[in-house]
Design a protein around this ligand. Structure first.
Ligand SMILES: [Zn+2]
Ligand SMILES: [Zn+2]
Length: 279
């Protein structure tokens, strides 16, 4: 029944519960496979990423759970790794050498003119404020900078899944309704999707905000493009709370089917497999 999720945080980063609680809830809900993907360390401390010195205990804790639950669920370990710049991104040796089952590549951060790092993966109100305070209220330049980083991330590679593609759409649309319909926006999105397709990366349909904000990342209006570009997809809940491991999954699967996408990627015995979406 496509009961899988590979995007899940834990108290090693900004997840609100220990790793075991997410696993227990996934087992309780009948998931067949489940992946843990805390925020990877950045070159500086933040309140939402893991510290580098904790990475090995993260992997060790996972190994214990994988062993404990081996008869109940397939468990996998990954990281959600930021594309920050050439030196800190999924492709760097440090992340490549970690014993992970998979990696998610995401963009949460941009730099302003002075090189200051700004988190744009925030509430719409904070985004609007940051746009004014750091980016001269230039929405187009900011969106294009986000797309530029996403393109650089895909170019360098080193990951399996593109995390929440076009997540900036929601905040950008709050600042300027209709912005995603402008030709420059559509072109940037189309170029990124084409590049993801060309490189053969999987794209997640991120359901984290679906019940709160009514959108997927990427949103349903772009599913036909995903289909036409033959991009492999999977549905991930990006859960920070155990009770949300299954949040929005059914709705996303239905929306994919409605758009003519009939399969999703799932890890089976350690290999990515394209499985049909079951009713
Ligand atoms: Zn993320
Ligand atoms: Zn996440």
């Amino acid at each position: 029944m496509n009961l899988t999720n590979y995007h899940s945080h834990t108290s090693f980063c900004d997840g609100r519960a220990p790793m075991a609680d997410f696993v227990k809830e996934a087992v309780r809900q009948g998931f067949t496979s489940y992946g843990i993907s805390s925020h990877a360390p950045l070159p500086f401390p933040t309140r939402w990423t893991m510290e580098k010195e904790d990475v090995m205990s993260y992997i060790e804790e996972f190994k214990g759970l994988k062993n404990e639950y081996q008869d109940k669920i397939e468990l996998y370990i990954g990281l959600e790794i930021d594309y920050l710049d050439e030196l800190s991104n999924p492709s760097v040796e440090y992340f490549q050498n970690l014993p992970l089952d998979y990696r998610i590549g995401s963009v949460h951060l941009l730099s302003d003119d002075k090189g200051e790092i700004v988190d744009i993966d925030c509430s719409k109100e904070n985004f609007k404020e940051r746009l004014e305070n750091y980016f001269r209220n230039d929405l187009k330049a900011t969106v294009l900078a986000y797309y530029d980083r996403s393109m650089s991330m895909v170019e360098l590679g080193g990951f399996d899944i593109v995390g929440h593609t076009d997540k900036i759409a929601y905040n950008a649309s709050f600042c300027q309704p209709g912005v995603t319909e402008q030709s420059w926006y559509k072109q940037a999105l189309r170029d990124l999707f084409a590049f993801i397709s060309e490189k053969g990366y999987m794209m997640e349909i991120n359901t984290k905000a679906y019940h709160k904000l009514g959108v997927f990342y990427p949103n349903v209006s772009n599913f036909s493009l995903v289909r036409d570009m033959h991009i492999s997809v999977l549905v991930n809940s990006d859960s920070h709370y155990p009770e949300l491991v299954n949040d929005g999954r059914i709705e996303a699967l239905q929306a994919l089917k409605a758009a003519g996408i009939n399969s999703v990627m799932e890890l089976v015995a350690g290999k990515w497999q394209e499985n049909p979406i079951l009713d």
